[in-house]
Each structure stands twice: as C-alpha cells, then as structure tokens.
Design a protein around this ligand. Structure first.
Ligand code: DC
Length: 239
C-alpha cells in the first residue's frame, strides 16, 4: 500500500467568514511544519483583479464572461514576509487591499462563478500534491480535498464573527461601522450557503468546532489533538 509522503497529511479547515479559521489554520501549520494556504485570499485576489479591470459594475454586477475568460491568466502567489504570509496578484503584494470591505462586499458573487471556482480549485489541488498542507476555506473538505485526512468545520455566531472582523479592520486603520460589517457577514453567509456550486457546507466526516465561547488556547489545543489523531489514523491505514 502507498505510504503518505513523509507521513504528512492534508488538513482541511472550512467554515464561516471571520470564524477565526485562518488564524487557527496558520498557527497549526507553523506548529507542525506544514505549508498554509488561504484559499479565501485567492478568491479575494481574483475579485480585486475584476475590480481593477472594470469587470464589476457600480451596481455590483460582475462581467461573468470577461472574468471567466481572464481567470486562468491571473497569477496568484503567496510569499512569506516578516509580517506573515502575503498574497501576490500578478507579482504585486495585495495582502492589505484584498482585506478591504470593498473586496469583501464583491467577493461572494465572484466566488459563485463556475469558471472561477474551476480554475482556483485546480490550483488549490496542485498545492496538495505532496500533502503537508493546511488549507482553509469553504469547500476544502467537500470539493477540493474530499479525501483529506483531517477535516474541521469552524463556526461561531454572526455577531461574534462581525465583532472580530470589525476589530481587525479598525486595527488595520480601515474605517468601518459595526452594523455594516455585521450586514456583510450575514449576506456573505447567505450567498456562500446558497450558491449552486460548492456551497459552504460541513463535510459529513468533518469535526465541528464552535469557537463562540472558546479561548484561543483551548482552540489551539483542540486542533493539535485532532491533528495527532488524524496522523495516527492515516499512518495505521498506510501500513
Ligand atoms: O475566508 P474569506 O472570508 O477570506 O473568503 C472570502 C470569500 O471567498 C468568501 O466570501 C467565500 C469565498 N470562498 C469560497 O467560496 N471558497 C473558498 N474555498 C474560500 C473562500
């Protein structure tokens, strides 16, 4: 039987926006020496590209044909900087810009486009060919890596998540109103859960983590424990 390369596995962390999954995923990856991939950043980068190329109208409508045609040519990379992992769009560091409320408010319709999902899913799967990755998103455990050895579905109340996003924006110096952030969180949940393709959904074999009332330390310990269990299970399967 084939052995998992260097006993590494794929960790898929899905969940609602601002549920804290990126922080958790990033920390876990650093602890276990895996590569971290933020799939949401890829959808955000494509959205910024569409905004910059006038493919999003003033009413928020997306030029689906133009973006579908362009998406395979968009270059998205990740680099490690002293401030953490940054996203590059066509070789330009856009980490700060892809987190703006403007990108957040256009990203869900962009992420619902078939050609965009197809292109980004293929790139995400490519990152996992050697295993040893932690990827977070909405459909990692269901569509991108349905056979991932470890799957977590993270959730928290919309108010808790809006508070977190609001804090993040204000700390970054981005002006925002809490009510707008909450409305954006609720609207993105609705679009992400109801879109036809790869809707946000818990994989049947994912473990749920509701972190509304958990401390940071409790979440980290829970996740690391799950990782060790998943690794042991994968090793047993491989022998
Ligand atoms: O995790 P995030 O808020 O940065 O994600 C941005 C958007 O991208 C979110 O509204 C849904 C979409 N997304 C997706 O559809 N599939 C993924 N795997 C990751 C993100």
């Amino acid at each position: 039987m084939t052995k998992t390369p260097e006993n590494k596995i794929i960790v898929a962390i899905d969940g609602y926006s601002s549920s804290g999954k990126s922080t958790m995923a990033k920390e876990l990856a650093a602890k276990i020496g895996y590569r971290y991939i933020d799939s949401g950043a890829m959808y955000r980068a494509v959205t910024l590209f569409a905004m910059e190329h006038e493919m999003i109208g003033s009413d928020g409508s997306v030029d689906v044909a133009a973006l579908s045609e362009a998406v395979n040519r968009i270059k998205i990379d990740f680099i490690l900087t002293p401030q953490g992992q940054h996203t590059l769009l066509d070789s330009i560091d856009v980490e700060h810009r892809i987190r703006s409320l403007e990108v957040s408010s256009h990203v869900s319709p962009v992420a619902a486009i078939h050609a965009v999902r197809k292109a980004l899913t293929a790139r995400q799967q490519h990152f996992g060919t050697q295993k040893g990755i932690v990827m977070d998103g909405r459909d990692i455990g269901t569509t991108v890596f349905p056979n991932a050895e470890m799957k977590v579905f993270v959730t928290a109340s919309p108010e808790t998540r809006a508070q977190r996003r609001f804090k993040e924006l204000t700390e970054n110096g981005t002006p925002a109103k809490y009510e707008d952030v909450l409305a954006n969180v609720i609207e993105r949940d609705r679009i992400d859960e109801t879109r036809a393709e790869s809707p946000l959904r818990k994989a049947p074999d994912a473990e749920v983590l509701d972190n509304s009332c958990m401390t940071h330390a409790e979440q980290s310990a829970w996740l690391l424990d799950m990782y060790h269990k998943a690794l042991t299970k994968a090793d047993e399967r491989n022998y």
